[in-house]
Ligand binder design. Sequence first.
Ligand code: PEP
Length: 249
Amino acid sequence: MRQYYIAGNWKMNKIKGEAVELATGLVSALKDGKNKYMIAPSFTNLDAVAQVVKGSNILLGAQNMSTELSGAHTGEVSALMLKDLGVQVVILGHSERRHIYKEDDAMINKKVKLALEQGLDVVLCIGELLEEREAGKAEAVCEAQTRKGLAGVSAEQMKKITVAYEPVWAIGTGKTATPDDAQAIHKFTRGVLADMFGKSVAEATIIQYGGSMNASNAAALLAQPDVDGGLIGGAALKVETFEPICKTY
Ligand code: PEP
């Protein structure tokens, strides 16, 4: 049976009590789930949520990480601090980091390599803007973000990498890529990974779709041969909306 990887990016939502409540609900709702699950609360809630998910089948993720391990970097959070709290996965290159906070591919690549060196798993987000899609550049943008984001990563380290295709125009907008659109970019991206790391690594790499995924559209998206899971924002904020996605198949 195919195992999907379903992850919830809580973004800058929930104060501690709310985060603990959601995590507690998910531990119970997903305890018999057959897929791989991850939740990424905000930094300030990682410690509390770590206590809740400990020993469960839900991985703990962070939404970002510093390029540096320690030192004079006011406001940053390092891989050492994340690991100390029990974080296993870090989301890097999310479109909100790229476009609002101007993180470029070089910075994201530095974070990817540091996270891997520190033993963290990585979800590397890629995806085109609406104007890039309309200009016929979706593949070129995703290829560049994949190649630059994963530059210097070894085939062995790819076991710890998940790629998330998140068309920026579909994030938080209610507009989902059609299953065919998603499949086309996922297949294309797998081809890029095959060129970089070889066919078997590309086939083993999980490629998640993200962008307004919900209980109604998850089945059609996850049915695509190259869509191996989902990275979910809005619908990850309630047990009632996240659980059905997690249990689609
Ligand atoms: C995301 O931020 O990764 C995301 C996919 O958000 P949403 O599901 O709300 O579109």
